[in-house]
Every structure is written in C-alpha cells, then in structure tokens.
Design a protein around this ligand. Sequence first.
Ligand SMILES: Nc1nc2c(ncn2[C@@H]2O[C@H](COP(=O)(O)OP(=O)(O)OP(=O)(O)O)[C@@H](O)[C@H]2O)c(=O)[nH]1
Ligand SMILES: [Mg+2]
Length: 334
Amino acid sequence: MLEPRTYRAESIQAAMLLAKMELGPDAVILDVRHLGSRQLLSTESIVELVAAPASPNTPTTAADEARMPTARGSGDALLLGLNALGLSTRFAAELVRVYRTQRTHPQGLRRALASRIAAYISVVPWLPLGGRLVLALVGPTGVGKTSTALKLAGVAQADGFPSHVISLGGDEGHDRRSETLAQGLGVPFTRAANSVELQRALRTMTASLVVIDSAGTNPYDPRAIAALESALAQSQVVVSLTLPVGGDLEETLEAARRYAPLRPRALVLTKLDETRRPGMALGLAERLGRPVIALTTGPRIPDDFVNASTPALAELAAWTLERLEQRLGRAVSV
Ligand SMILES: Nc1nc2c(ncn2[C@@H]2O[C@H](COP(=O)(O)OP(=O)(O)OP(=O)(O)O)[C@@H](O)[C@H]2O)c(=O)[nH]1
Ligand SMILES: [Mg+2]
C-alpha cells in the first residue's frame, strides 16, 4: 500500500468524500479521529481521517508529493511563489503538484485544490442558522471592520436573520457614518462607549446576529488590547480578527499575534481587491490557524464580500498559481 494521506472535514462522510475524490473509490481508511471544534458556536469537532490509495496505480500519492519539492529542488519558482505568500512548504507543494497534474482541466483542478485546501484551512459558516451569534470584529485601524460588520449584518438581515450592529468605542464621526449606512441597510445600530454599555445592550437585544464593530486597536498597545479583552470577555462573543491581505506578511502575522489575549476564534480577511497578491489570504489563514468566515473584495456595502468556502479559496489558489506561472514567463513543465 502507498503512503497514507490525511483529510479533515466536519463529518466522517465529508472526510471520506475528500479522500475518495483524491485517492479513488477504493481508498483504504486507516484511521479516524475527532479534533477540536471548527464551528463558531457548537462543540462539534473536526474529523481527521487518514487514508491511502488501495492501488499503486493511483497517480497522486503522498510519497510522490513528499518527493516533489526535493526532486525539483528548493528553486522551484511556483513553490517559492506560494511560500512568499505565507503558505508552508508542505501546503504549497501539495497545491503545486495538483496544479501541475490538473491545470488543463479547470473543474478538476478546482476540485482537487479544494480538497487539499480543506486539509489546511478551516472555513466556517457565520449565518446564525442554529440560534444566536454575537460576532466581534477586532483588528488594527482602517482594515475594514466597520464595512465588514455592515456587510455581514446587511446580508444576514436581507436573508431573514434579524441583525444588529453595535459600535464599541467608536468616536462620534465614525458612528454617525456607520449609523447612516446601517439605516440604509435596515439594520438597527447601537453605540456602546464601554464594556458596561456593551453588556447592557447585549442583554436587551434579541437579534439573531449581533455584530460588534470595535474601534481600531493598535496591536502594539497592550493596554488597548487588555481594555478590549475585558469588554469582550464573555463566552457568547465570538471574536473575529480582521486583517488586510497584501501588506507585509511578517508584519501582519506579528500584528495578529498581538491580539492573542482576545482569543480570536475566527478570521475575516479584507481588501483582497487592493493587492496584486490576494493569494496571501491562503498563507495568512494557514499560518494563523483560525477558521475563516469571510473575505472582502471592495468597499461597497454589502456587495463586496464573499463567504469563506473551500471552493472560493480554491478559485483564489487557481488564480494565484496561474498568475505566478504567467509571471515566470514560461510554461512550467510537468
Ligand atoms: N478596496 C477595499 N476597501 C475597503 C474594503 N473594506 C473596507 N474598505 C475601505 O477601507 C476604509 C476603511 O474601512 P473601515 O470599514 O472604516 O475600516 P475600520 O477597520 O472600521 O476602520 P477604523 O474604525 O478606523 O479602525 C474605507 O474607506 C472602506 O471603504 C475592501 O475589502 N476593499
Ligand atoms: Mg470602524
């Protein structure tokens, strides 16, 4: 039997589907275990399934994959291109291998990329399907927290989920603008100057989606982070770190680490339209290890956003690989 591979998904069925999509219908299941939750609210766990192809004829194996980066050497430009976007060598090598074997079949390529991406990046639905969700967007100034809060609340409201936006710690000018935008979306809006006002507002609210839009917090100001931590210190609040894609990777990762006291449980990645390197969203999501809930693609509220999903990330990966290859100025041989 050939080298085993690992798949992660919400259910055993989904994990088996991923395994069989890639290894073929006769894939042999070697191990199944439950990992931590990947849901925002529920305690459901992720299933990790280890499988191997039954037949040595299966064209793509972990052994092939493990050999690939070294066979091509550390100078593999596509691999290095993905590394520069923050993807680990292992993840990058898997995507490059899939790309090289499937790039002439756009649908198959996207399916295979999605299956590999699912093993490295979690995505979670954020609509409050099973009850109430209180989401707090935190992050540096100007990254798109308010726009995203309004986008999420506006989309949820339009889909029939009563929603509410609370601005936490915003100044008057900021909140006046937010309130006007919220009114345009038919979304109720409340200001909370501090933790006490926030708790009071939350107690009286019945909306199924509450998005707390926090004022921008300097990641290098531990006092500001601590103040926000105490305001949001409630188990029902799902803290979602909001970060722009496309800036300096290490700087963004370092900033992200500074929000650790807030225990972020999800990620929103913004401004994918304002960079030539939107594929960095894949690297940030992998490196930060938090489920992604949404990607934003422009300033228009609520239109410019995409729910995070593995097909959406696969599209991004395919685009990124094609661009990298074009930039190399030559076809990358198989
Ligand atoms: N191009 C682009 N612009 C965006 C996106 N999201 C937000 N913006 C713009 O970025 C600017 C800042 O967005 P805000 O939503 O106010 O950001 P914020 O994080 O709430 O800012 P502070 O409250 O000042 O911390 C605004 O001009 C938005 O229109 C996006 O995805 N793409
Ligand atoms: Mg704001």
